[in-house]
Write a protein that binds this ligand. Structure first.
Ligand code: NAD
Length: 537
């Protein structure tokens, strides 16, 4: 229930800017009780602090009802074949394109990002992903026959069946992409969905619900709005899988709650992505790539370039190029390269990490303080003389900050890059493909880009996900579609015998025959196999 910002709010402030708009918007995402007793959540435009509207903070009963509606729709949706489902989902994409202007406007208003960012990283990525699924779902999820090994009279195959109802919980940084990716994957695999968007960006979630309105197929996507309690109710509500994208801290809670009912989880969590710049890298490209990778979406990307390890021989030149590139980034609401930050507590994290780093000897070469204007504006910030005693190098900052550290060669760079509880994306920059490849192979991360960064998420054929504390499971690609399927193994007889040789009563001499057969079939040397021909050995 999206309330028009022009309408009087139920018992709350009318979007009055907070006294300190440089560092916070009013309580975005914080539930409160309206005059009529309904619990609501207000959302604000982080570029100005203006109130956007209110949505209900929905309770457990509402979540359970939504799961019930999705469950009722699951049977008929699962019965469609892949082609029919693809046809419906391609129609949703058409609807999305028809409403592109409105969606981009909503995304920018709730996140503070720029229009071009919203078009490329939200709409385009989702269009690509739908295209890939429509083209590949049948091939990826069709039954697959497998070898039966020694049991030559048997045949076997693997079926991929829908799970049922998938609960999707999404964050605020890419409210469209990170909701649509799991929602659409689940639907292509024949499931229905209950989506709980972030309380910071709920209206984008509600707009997603409208894209899947009942004329597409009744009930297949339900949207519930609210904060952590609503998310928890979804996890505990009896869904068949939970797909959670968000922080490590909440991911742990989701997994613990899901464990009580052994509900499977797919977790896409935080990152502290390293970039390694070798001595032989194309420095101009590497510096431009770093500037984009660290500052696009104001650094609020799970796979932003947060730590850069640069060979000492090129460190100063790289830093000069980065500072020069970053200082030219245009940042204003009217349309620049990047927009504002989205969530006030995230600005506090950025400031805390910078304070900790400077207290321990780091130097800020650019930015470092919020911009003095209403809204959550924080400039591109470049920090040097950093080390791993600083939070800036060990904890997710999730803001427009690039920390650059000089290293003595690839070995030290790899060691430092892997010295992290996270392992989401990473990048290696070198003009020697063999060197780049060997470094990439040794990075403990779910994704690696060579002479590029971040873009791997834009390739829907590439499975995306983290290792270590960055997550469990994958979205995108074949693995991504199978995450939303139940694997069923089927075995039947190619030739039906009156009885199987191992059934009761066990024939006399079966043990000896068994040992001989094992030697004959699995002995790796001729001697071993020959022993299988002897009656006793
Ligand atoms: P968050 O963990 O605070 O919240 C994410 C979602 O979880 C929200 O919808 C929230 O309402 C819900 N939630 C909160 N408590 C819950 C609970 N107890 N049970 C169930 N749901 C609950 O994360 P955020 O601040 O919205 O997003 C930023 C984080 O997301 C960053 O750490 C970022 O790295 C991560 N992220 C990861 C990926 C990825 O693909 N790996 C992508 C984007 C963002």
């Amino acid at each position: 229930m999206w309330t028009d910002p022009g309408r009087p709010l139920p018992g709350g402030p009318q979007g009055v800017p907070s006294p300190d708009m440089t560092t916070s918007t009013p309580d975005t995402g914080a539930p409160r009780r309206a005059e009529d007793g309904e619990r609501v959540i207000e959302t604000f435009d982080p570029r100005s602090g203006a109130l956007l509207g209110v949505v209900p903070d929905q309770d457990e009963a509402t979540v359970r009802a939504a799961i019930g509606t999705a469950r009722a729709a699951a049977g008929s949706w699962a019965l469609l074949d892949h082609r029919e489902r693809s046809r419906h989902l391609l129609a949703v994409r058409d609807r999305m394109l028809d409403r592109a202007e409105e969606l981009v406007g909503l995304i920018c208003a709730e996140t503070g990002k720029q229009r071009a960012e919203a078009v490329s990283t939200e709409l385009m990525v989702v269009c690509e992903m739908i295209e890939w699924c429509a083209r590949n779902v049948e091939k990826v999820l069709r039954p697959r026959s497998v070898s039966t090994g020694t049991l030559a009279h048997k045949k076997a195959w693997v079926r991929y069946e829908p799970l049922g109802v998938v609960g999707v919980i999404s964050p605020w940084n890419y409210p469209f992409t990170l909701s649509m990716t799991p929602v659409v994957s689940a639907l292509f695999a024949g499931n229905t969905v209950v989506l709980k968007p972030s309380e910071v960006t709920p209206t984008v979630g509600l707009a997603i619900g409208e894209l899947f309105a009942d004329d597409v197929w009744p009930g297949i996507v339900q949207v519930v709005t609210g904060g952590g309690a609503t998310g928890e109710a979804l996890v505990r509500g009896g869904v068949d899988k939970v797909v959670f994208t968000g922080s490590v801290r909440t991911g742990r809670k989701v997994m613990a709650a899901a464990a009580e009912s052994l509900t499977p989880v797919l977790l896409e969590l935080g990152g502290k992505d390293p970039m390694i710049v070798c001595a032989d890298a194309d420095l101009d490209r590497a510096a431009k790539g770093a500037v984009w990778g660290a500052f696009q979406n104001s650094g609020q990307t799970c796979m932003s370039v947060e730590r850069v390890y640069v060979d000492r021989s090129v460190h100063d030149e790289f830093v000069d190029r980065v500072v020069s590139g970053a200082s030219r980034i245009r940042q204003d609401a009217a349309g620049g390269d990047i927009g504002s930050m989205t969530f006030a507590p995230q600005v506090d994290t950025v400031r805390r990490h910078l304070a900790d780093a400077t207290a321990k000897g780091a130097r800020i070469l650019l930015g470092g303080e919020p911009i003095d204007r209403p809204g959550l504006w924080f400039p591109p910030t470049v920090v040097v003389d950093v080390d791993h005693t600083m939070e800036l190098m060990t904890e997710e900052t999730f803001g427009p900050v690039m920390a650059i550290m000089a290293v003595d060669g690839p070995e030290e760079a790899i060691k430092l890059a892997n010295d992290s509880p996270y392992g989401l994306n990473s990048s290696v920059w070198s003009s020697d493909p063999a060197l780049a490849d060997s470094i990439a192979n040794r990075l403990r991360a779910g994704n690696v880009c060579i002479n590029d960064c971040l873009v791997s998420y834009g390739v829907p054929a590439l499975p995306f996900g983290g290792v270590k504390q960055s997550g469990i499971g994958r979205v995108h690609g074949e693995e991504g579609l199978r995450e939303f399927s139940q694997t069923k193994s089927v075995l039947a007889s190619r030739v039906q015998l009156p009885r199987e040789p191992w059934w009761f009563p066990v024939p006399k001499g079966m043990d000896n025959l068994g040992i001989r057969s094992l030697r004959l079939r699995f002995g790796t040397s001729a001697r071993s196999r020959l022993r299988g021909l002897r009656p006793r050995s």
